[in-house]
Write a protein that binds this ligand. Structure first.
Ligand SMILES: [Mn+2]
Length: 339
């Protein structure tokens, strides 16, 4: 289902009315965050708007090929009041980092997002949790602002969709995702070029990091959860950083029988970023929310403090309990009682 047309139209008119627009997306940006921002920025500039693109963190190496990728700044312009601050792919303002959270140089706040945990916090919201990627919603807006948008815009939208759907492997891949991706190919996107840039341009150091990370594999006693750990020491050994941990969590999930996988990424001595991936049975957005995080049903994250060992034990127990509760709910007797 396409997003509610009235919300799309409202976002389009807000974009048309603004003369100066600050586009911002979440920390540790992914392909959807970057692609969505760039596609919208190019379109708004073509319409004569003044656009600044903000992200706290640099564009990851696999997305630097994207048209206009060098336009991101990590400096919030001072002494300037934007007509519109538009947050993309952010379920809350704090996802942009501390600096923008404390920024007041804008007249109106808009948000275009597809996270199920987004509570419509902005003044103008285009939120659709059914969209596979924010880039799908950006397509709806861009198409209305400029029906003749360029191949460069199409590459950015296409990249947002393929990265958030795991190249159409995930359950969020809908007929609409394929349809929009197909339209982008129609406009000149070369899928093999994008795939090579995004997935087959790895530095050798990333494979060395992968080797270290796989040695940390732990599987829960019931075999239904698995995790791997990335430490700062590994970064030093292999000459890598957090950017190179993208998709590593897919390895523990690929094990037969594993319902939920997670990756612990060391941020500080006793502080870890956790990334959860589910096969579909467990809603990891609510799991992450219990730990103060958020995300999607099958991909979510949070931050936890403690030793890796304690965190893994805690999370394994939590997942085992969730799966037990779920199995209890789906026994024939319980199902009969509900319906
Ligand atoms: Mn996204």
């Amino acid at each position: 289902m396409p997003a509610d047309v009235s919300h799309i139209e409202q976002m389009v008119s807000v974009c048309r009315d603004a003369r100066t627009i600050l586009i911002a997306t979440h920390v540790n940006p992914d392909g959807d965050a970057i692609g969505s921002s760039l596609a919208l920025a190019e379109t708004l500039e073509k319409l004569g708007k003044k656009v600044v693109l903000y992200d706290r963190d640099p564009v990851p190496y696999m997305f630097t090929f994207l048209p206009l990728a060098d336009r991101f700044t990590s400096q919030v312009p001072e002494n300037e009041t934007f007509d519109l601050l538009l947050l993309l792919d952010c379920s809350e303002l704090s996802r942009t980092g501390d600096v923008l959270t404390n920024f007041s140089g804008y007249r109106q706040l808009g948000c275009i997002d597809h996270h199920v945990t987004n509570d419509h916090f902005a003044q103008v919201n285009l939120i659709d949790a059914e969209a596979s990627a924010t880039a799908e919603l950006i397509y709806e807006v861009v198409f209305r602002l400029d029906p003749d948008f360029s191949r460069e815009v199409a590459v950015n939208i296409y990249t947002g969709i393929i990265t958030d759907t795991g190249s159409f492997h995930y359950a969020n891949s809908t007929p609409r995702s394929f349809e929009i991706a197909g339209k982008m190919v129609d406009r000149g996107v070369d899928p093999w070029m994008v795939a090579q840039q995004v997935y087959e341009s790895e530095p050798a150091s990333r494979l060395q990091l992968l080797g270290c990370v796989l040695q940390t594999l732990q599987i829960a006693p019931d075999g239904k959860a698995a995790c791997v750990v990335v430490t700062r020491e590994m970064y030093e050994q292999t000459g890598t950083n957090a950017e190179h941990t993208d998709r590593l969590v897919n390895y523990p999930r690929s094990i037969a029988g594993v319902e939920v996988a997670f990756l612990l990424r060391q941020e500080d001595e006793q502080s870890f970023k956790l990334s959860f991936r589910s096969r579909g049975k467990v809603d990891v957005a609510s799991l992450a929310q219990e730990f103060g995080g958020g995300g999607h049903k099958n991909a979510a994250g949070c931050y936890l403090t403690g030793t890796a060992e304690d965190i893994i034990r805690l999370v394994f127990e939590k997942i085992a309990r969730l799966l037990r509760d779920q199995d209890a709910e789906t026994t024939p007797l319980a199902a009969g009682a509900v319906h």
